[in-house]
Design a protein around this ligand. Structure first.
Ligand SMILES: CC(C)(COP(=O)(O)OP(=O)(O)OC[C@H]1O[C@@H](n2cnc3c(N)ncnc32)[C@H](O)[C@@H]1OP(=O)(O)O)[C@@H](O)C(=O)NCCC(=O)NCCS
Length: 185
Protein backbone atom coordinates (compact mmCIF):
# COMPACT_ATOMS: atom_id res chain seq x y z
CA UNK A 1 0.00 0.00 0.00
CA UNK A 2 1.37 3.40 -0.96
CA UNK A 3 1.69 5.85 1.89
CA UNK A 4 3.30 9.30 1.69
CA UNK A 5 3.85 11.37 4.80
CA UNK A 6 4.11 15.13 5.27
CA UNK A 7 4.31 17.14 8.52
CA UNK A 8 0.51 17.18 8.88
CA UNK A 9 -0.79 14.59 6.44
CA UNK A 10 -0.78 10.99 5.39
CA UNK A 11 -1.61 10.33 1.74
CA UNK A 12 -2.48 6.69 1.33
CA UNK A 13 -4.19 4.31 -1.06
CA UNK A 14 -7.96 4.26 -0.67
CA UNK A 15 -9.49 1.59 1.58
CA UNK A 16 -13.04 0.15 1.49
CA UNK A 17 -14.12 2.19 4.55
CA UNK A 18 -13.23 5.44 2.79
CA UNK A 19 -16.55 5.30 0.94
CA UNK A 20 -18.30 7.38 3.65
CA UNK A 21 -15.94 10.42 3.64
CA UNK A 22 -15.67 10.08 -0.15
CA UNK A 23 -19.45 10.17 -0.36
CA UNK A 24 -19.51 13.32 1.76
CA UNK A 25 -16.90 14.87 -0.54
CA UNK A 26 -18.36 13.83 -3.88
CA UNK A 27 -21.98 14.63 -3.07
CA UNK A 28 -21.26 18.19 -1.87
CA UNK A 29 -22.06 20.73 -4.62
CA UNK A 30 -19.68 23.28 -3.12
CA UNK A 31 -16.88 20.75 -3.65
CA UNK A 32 -17.88 19.61 -7.13
CA UNK A 33 -18.65 23.08 -8.49
CA UNK A 34 -15.34 23.21 -10.34
CA UNK A 35 -14.67 19.48 -10.61
CA UNK A 36 -17.92 17.88 -11.68
CA UNK A 37 -16.04 14.80 -12.88
CA UNK A 38 -15.91 13.59 -9.27
CA UNK A 39 -19.58 14.23 -8.52
CA UNK A 40 -21.65 11.30 -7.33
CA UNK A 41 -24.90 11.39 -5.49
CA UNK A 42 -25.55 8.16 -3.65
CA UNK A 43 -23.59 6.16 -1.09
CA UNK A 44 -23.68 3.23 -3.53
CA UNK A 45 -21.97 5.34 -6.22
CA UNK A 46 -19.26 6.28 -3.74
CA UNK A 47 -18.79 2.64 -2.75
CA UNK A 48 -18.49 1.66 -6.42
CA UNK A 49 -15.97 4.43 -7.10
CA UNK A 50 -13.79 3.41 -4.14
CA UNK A 51 -13.98 -0.26 -5.20
CA UNK A 52 -13.04 0.52 -8.81
CA UNK A 53 -10.29 2.90 -7.74
CA UNK A 54 -8.80 0.21 -5.51
CA UNK A 55 -8.70 -2.13 -8.52
CA UNK A 56 -6.81 0.51 -10.54
CA UNK A 57 -4.48 1.23 -7.63
CA UNK A 58 -3.61 -2.48 -7.49
CA UNK A 59 -2.76 -2.88 -11.18
CA UNK A 60 0.69 -3.75 -12.48
CA UNK A 61 2.03 -1.70 -14.08
CA UNK A 62 0.36 0.94 -11.98
CA UNK A 63 -0.91 3.89 -14.03
CA UNK A 64 -2.82 5.85 -11.42
CA UNK A 65 -2.54 6.83 -7.77
CA UNK A 66 -5.80 7.77 -6.08
CA UNK A 67 -5.11 8.56 -2.47
CA UNK A 68 -7.04 9.55 0.64
CA UNK A 69 -5.80 12.73 2.33
CA UNK A 70 -5.72 11.90 6.03
CA UNK A 71 -4.91 14.27 8.88
CA UNK A 72 -2.12 12.75 10.95
CA UNK A 73 -3.36 14.14 14.28
CA UNK A 74 -6.68 12.35 14.37
CA UNK A 75 -6.91 10.09 11.30
CA UNK A 76 -9.66 12.23 9.78
CA UNK A 77 -10.12 11.55 6.03
CA UNK A 78 -10.29 15.10 4.68
CA UNK A 79 -10.24 14.53 0.94
CA UNK A 80 -8.80 12.94 -2.14
CA UNK A 81 -5.87 13.52 -4.48
CA UNK A 82 -5.18 11.56 -7.64
CA UNK A 83 -2.55 11.48 -10.35
CA UNK A 84 -2.23 9.23 -13.35
CA UNK A 85 -1.37 8.85 -17.00
CA UNK A 86 -2.33 12.15 -18.62
CA UNK A 87 -5.22 12.44 -21.02
CA UNK A 88 -3.07 14.75 -23.20
CA UNK A 89 0.41 13.27 -23.38
CA UNK A 90 1.69 16.27 -25.34
CA UNK A 91 1.30 18.39 -22.19
CA UNK A 92 2.96 16.05 -19.72
CA UNK A 93 3.16 12.44 -18.75
CA UNK A 94 0.74 12.72 -15.82
CA UNK A 95 -2.16 14.91 -14.79
CA UNK A 96 -3.87 15.23 -11.45
CA UNK A 97 -6.98 16.26 -9.54
CA UNK A 98 -7.83 16.93 -5.91
CA UNK A 99 -10.62 17.89 -3.55
CA UNK A 100 -11.02 18.59 0.15
CA UNK A 101 -14.13 18.71 2.27
CA UNK A 102 -14.98 22.41 2.89
CA UNK A 103 -14.30 22.27 6.64
CA UNK A 104 -10.61 21.90 5.78
CA UNK A 105 -10.18 24.60 3.14
CA UNK A 106 -7.81 27.52 3.59
CA UNK A 107 -5.30 25.82 5.89
CA UNK A 108 -2.65 24.93 3.32
CA UNK A 109 -3.55 21.24 3.30
CA UNK A 110 -3.90 20.83 -0.45
CA UNK A 111 -0.65 22.63 -1.17
CA UNK A 112 1.04 20.25 1.28
CA UNK A 113 -0.62 17.22 -0.34
CA UNK A 114 0.13 18.23 -3.93
CA UNK A 115 3.75 19.08 -3.14
CA UNK A 116 4.23 15.63 -1.57
CA UNK A 117 2.57 13.89 -4.51
CA UNK A 118 4.72 15.75 -7.04
CA UNK A 119 7.83 14.85 -5.06
CA UNK A 120 6.77 11.21 -5.23
CA UNK A 121 6.08 11.11 -8.97
CA UNK A 122 9.25 13.00 -9.90
CA UNK A 123 11.63 11.37 -7.43
CA UNK A 124 10.23 7.85 -7.08
CA UNK A 125 8.37 7.22 -10.34
CA UNK A 126 10.74 9.20 -12.55
CA UNK A 127 7.88 11.10 -14.22
CA UNK A 128 9.19 13.61 -16.75
CA UNK A 129 6.42 16.18 -16.57
CA UNK A 130 2.96 16.83 -15.09
CA UNK A 131 0.20 19.33 -15.66
CA UNK A 132 -3.03 20.38 -14.01
CA UNK A 133 -5.96 22.58 -14.96
CA UNK A 134 -8.61 24.57 -13.16
CA UNK A 135 -11.58 26.65 -14.15
CA UNK A 136 -10.76 30.30 -14.91
CA UNK A 137 -13.22 31.25 -12.17
CA UNK A 138 -11.43 29.13 -9.56
CA UNK A 139 -8.25 31.00 -8.57
CA UNK A 140 -7.85 29.11 -5.27
CA UNK A 141 -6.98 25.96 -7.20
CA UNK A 142 -4.57 27.84 -9.44
CA UNK A 143 -2.93 29.23 -6.34
CA UNK A 144 -2.51 25.72 -4.93
CA UNK A 145 -0.72 24.65 -8.11
CA UNK A 146 1.52 27.72 -8.03
CA UNK A 147 2.39 27.21 -4.38
CA UNK A 148 3.17 23.55 -5.09
CA UNK A 149 5.78 24.62 -7.64
CA UNK A 150 3.94 24.45 -10.97
CA UNK A 151 4.25 27.17 -13.58
CA UNK A 152 1.28 28.95 -15.17
CA UNK A 153 1.21 28.21 -18.90
CA UNK A 154 -1.92 30.00 -20.06
CA UNK A 155 -5.59 29.61 -20.82
CA UNK A 156 -6.81 26.56 -22.72
CA UNK A 157 -10.17 25.98 -24.37
CA UNK A 158 -12.11 22.92 -23.31
CA UNK A 159 -14.26 20.77 -25.58
CA UNK A 160 -17.46 22.32 -24.17
CA UNK A 161 -16.25 25.83 -25.04
CA UNK A 162 -15.29 26.79 -21.47
CA UNK A 163 -11.79 27.93 -20.54
CA UNK A 164 -9.31 26.56 -18.03
CA UNK A 165 -6.03 27.75 -16.59
CA UNK A 166 -3.20 25.31 -17.21
CA UNK A 167 -0.18 24.82 -14.93
CA UNK A 168 2.77 22.60 -15.68
CA UNK A 169 6.14 21.41 -14.41
CA UNK A 170 8.91 19.31 -15.86
CA UNK A 171 10.84 17.10 -13.46
CA UNK A 172 13.99 19.16 -13.97
CA UNK A 173 12.36 22.53 -13.31
CA UNK A 174 10.29 21.31 -10.36
CA UNK A 175 13.21 19.57 -8.62
CA UNK A 176 15.46 22.60 -9.18
CA UNK A 177 12.80 24.89 -7.75
CA UNK A 178 12.35 22.66 -4.69
CA UNK A 179 16.10 22.54 -4.12
CA UNK A 180 16.27 26.35 -4.25
CA UNK A 181 13.33 26.61 -1.84
CA UNK A 182 15.01 24.07 0.43
CA UNK A 183 11.85 21.96 0.41
CA UNK A 184 11.72 18.20 0.87
CA UNK A 185 8.55 18.10 -1.26
C1 LIG B 1 -9.31 24.34 -4.26
C2 LIG B 1 -8.94 23.57 -3.00
C3 LIG B 1 -8.31 22.25 -3.38
C4 LIG B 1 -7.93 24.39 -2.18
O1 LIG B 1 -7.46 23.62 -1.09
P1 LIG B 1 -6.90 24.33 0.22
O2 LIG B 1 -6.32 23.31 1.13
O3 LIG B 1 -7.95 25.23 0.77
O4 LIG B 1 -5.73 25.20 -0.44
P2 LIG B 1 -4.54 25.93 0.32
O5 LIG B 1 -5.02 26.36 1.67
O6 LIG B 1 -3.33 25.05 0.22
O7 LIG B 1 -4.28 27.20 -0.62
C5 LIG B 1 -5.37 27.97 -1.11
C6 LIG B 1 -4.83 29.27 -1.66
O8 LIG B 1 -5.82 29.86 -2.49
C7 LIG B 1 -6.05 31.17 -2.05
N1 LIG B 1 -7.44 31.50 -2.35
C8 LIG B 1 -8.56 31.03 -1.76
N2 LIG B 1 -9.64 31.57 -2.34
C9 LIG B 1 -9.18 32.40 -3.32
C10 LIG B 1 -9.80 33.23 -4.27
N3 LIG B 1 -11.12 33.33 -4.34
N4 LIG B 1 -9.01 33.93 -5.10
C11 LIG B 1 -7.68 33.85 -5.07
N5 LIG B 1 -7.01 33.04 -4.18
C12 LIG B 1 -7.77 32.34 -3.32
C13 LIG B 1 -5.75 31.14 -0.57
O9 LIG B 1 -5.53 32.44 -0.06
C14 LIG B 1 -4.48 30.28 -0.58
O10 LIG B 1 -3.36 31.00 -1.04
P3 LIG B 1 -2.32 31.70 -0.02
O11 LIG B 1 -1.75 30.60 0.84
O12 LIG B 1 -1.30 32.34 -0.89
O13 LIG B 1 -3.07 32.67 0.83
C15 LIG B 1 -10.19 23.33 -2.10
O14 LIG B 1 -10.86 24.54 -1.94
C16 LIG B 1 -11.13 22.30 -2.66
O15 LIG B 1 -10.95 21.11 -2.43
N6 LIG B 1 -12.17 22.74 -3.41
C17 LIG B 1 -13.17 21.84 -3.97
C18 LIG B 1 -12.61 20.88 -5.02
C19 LIG B 1 -11.89 21.60 -6.14
O16 LIG B 1 -12.29 22.66 -6.56
N7 LIG B 1 -10.81 20.97 -6.62
C20 LIG B 1 -9.98 21.53 -7.66
C21 LIG B 1 -10.60 21.43 -9.00
S1 LIG B 1 -9.56 22.18 -10.24
Amino acid sequence: MLQLETPRLILRDLLPDDWAPMHQLRSDPTVTRYCDYIASETPEQARTWVRETMVHNAMTPRLSYNLAIVRRDDGCVMGWIGIGRASDQTQGEMDFGYALRPAFWGQGYMTEALTALLGFVFRELGATGVYGECDVAHPASGRVMEKAGLRFVGRVSDEDGSESLRYTASAAEWLARQALAGGAG
